[in-house]
Design a protein around this ligand. Structure first.
Ligand SMILES: Cc1cc2nc3c(=O)[nH]c(=O)nc-3n(C[C@H](O)[C@H](O)[C@H](O)COP(=O)(O)OP(=O)(O)OC[C@H]3O[C@@H](n4cnc5c(N)ncnc54)[C@H](O)[C@@H]3O)c2cc1C
Length: 418
């Protein structure tokens, strides 16, 4: 088949790999000058396990709070000129969380993340692409969590077959020797097999590896609209029309704009978060793996000789220099609080970034048919888009090629949101 992919973020690139491997002729259309300029630019990098991601499906993040009083930056902050839209979305999300909890979403997510890791391993065996991967994740807890909350967290980890260990302070410091000596910890949870990596580096590597094999990437080619013709699809570009057997929308935050004329509803919200990337100046005092500050909902990952710290969740706020500065200040102060020796206090940030996570109310990705013949979706990955990228792409490949699915298609289909 001749297949078009709209969007060259991590989802589009992973989908291109899967569809090419299945023997299709694939063209990727990207509106920017380069791939990975939107949500895939500088995510935190957490890949596995999703169950620990504080920005995951709402039910997970709620129960991961462990009863702590959380500062405002850790919560979803909503406002907007048209206030009702974000508020409506937030209400819907709460209703979903209440109704579903994680009884339905958790097993589906686990199956998808297992598939994602298997496919990532497959890509690595085939192509050996760099991704500044690092192993191990620590959740240091300053206060003793309530027994019920801790039980809930460990129940989720066990249910997801995640190896974890509860550590005392001395053990946590042996795992992360750079942890500030003046921070007192009640305990910590260590996940020795957790993974993180640099999604942008990986996706650039994957793209380069595919181009000699026939992948065509058309940058600076914004798709204006997309139409089903019955026998295929037609893409409207600025100066041409192109015909394909099928098209996959991996258009991140722009997906709704393309779906609207087709009368397809994707109930989603664009939640903005921030990340700061900083060069390590003292290796021995830097985190060795990832660290999650649950109180602040911040994720700290190791990306080669750099650190990346991310946090914040905003709905309906425009980008502003003031908010960027506030985020910079909060992210660096949390980093310096946990790992004071690894960077100089006056050190400047290499890269400060604000990105958008397109999220649907249950927090799971939307992968599968759009309901319009020939038009497929791989989008709205929320806080999981990098970690699940190869799993979502493989699931899309199975649906599009008519193969039996490894994961439950209902759990990720658009239909579930109606
Ligand atoms: C601060 C932050 C931290 C994060 N941390 C993590 C993490 O730790 N782990 C994790 O798994 N995920 C994380 N995420 C989420 C992850 O980054 C996203 O889910 C993922 O990057 C989404 O990829 P995508 O390809 O769907 O979207 P995008 O990267 O946004 O790609 C969409 C692409 O489509 C292009 N496009 C859109 N419309 C058109 C059009 N009409 N024509 C042509 N091109 C078009 C865009 O230009 C863009 O390049 C984080 C996100 C943020 C913001």
């Amino acid at each position: 088949m001749k297949i078009a992919i709209v969007g060259a973020g991590i989802a589009g690139i992973a989908t291109a790999f899967e569809l090419m491997e299945a023997g299709n002729e694939v063209r990727v259309f990207e509106q920017h000058r380069a791939a990975g300029e939107e949500a895939s630019f500088a995510p935190s990098g957490l890949m596995w396990p999703c169950v620990i991601n504080p920005w995951g499906a709402s039910a997970f993040s709620q129960s991961l709070q462990l009863g702590m009083a959380r500062p405002p930056f850790a919560e979803l902050r909503a406002q907007g000129a048209v206030l009702s839209a974000p508020r409506r979305w937030a209400r819907r999300q709460q209703a979903f969380a209440k109704k579903q909890r994680d009884a339905e979403t958790l097993p589906a997510l686990q199956a998808l993340e297992l598939l994602a890791m298997q496919r990532m391993q497959h890509v690595q065996e085939l192509l050996d692409i760099g991704g500044q991967f690092s192993q191990g994740l620590l959740l240091p807890l300053r206060k003793e969590p309530g027994a019920a909350a801790l039980y809930e967290l460990t129940r989720r980890l066990s249910a997801a077959h995640v190896d974890y260990r509860r550590c005392n302070e001395a053990e946590a410091r042996a795992i992360e020797p750079g942890l500030a000596t003046d921070i007192q910890m009640a305990c910590a949870i260590h996940l020795p097999e957790a993974w993180s990596g640099n999604g942008r580096l990986f996706s650039q590597g994957l793209l380069q590896a595919m181009q000699p094999h026939g992948l065509q990437l058309h940058t600076q080619h914004a798709v204006r609209s997309i139409h089903s013709t019955g026998s295929g699809v037609r893409l409207q570009l600025a100066d041409s029309e192109q015909h394909f057997d099928a098209a996959v929308l991996c258009a991140g935050g722009d997906t709704n704009r393309l779906l609207r004329p087709l009368d397809v509803q994707l109930p989603s919200a664009a939640i903005c978060s921030y990340s700061a990337s900083i060069q390590i100046s003292e290796e021995s005092l830097a985190p060795r793996g990832s660290v999650i500050d649950l109180e602040n909902s911040m994720i700290l990952t190791r990306q080669g000789s750099r650190l990346r710290i991310s946090g914040g969740a905003e709905l309906g706020y425009p980008e502003s220099a003031e908010r960027m500065e506030e985020a910079r200040h909060l992210l660096t102060s949390v980093l310096l609080e946990w790992f004071p020796g690894c960077i100089q206090p006056s050190q400047s940030i290499l890269q400060m970034w604000r990105g958008t996570r397109l999220t649907v109310p249950d927090g799971l990705p939307v992968v599968g048919p759009s309901g319009i013949p020939g038009i497929w979706l791989n989008t709205a990955h929320g806080g999981y888009g990098w970690g699940l990228s190869m799993g979502c792409a493989h699931h899309l490949r199975q649906s599009l090629m008519g193969h039996s699915p490894t994961v439950d298609p209902q759990a990720f289909g658009l239909q579930r949101l109606r």
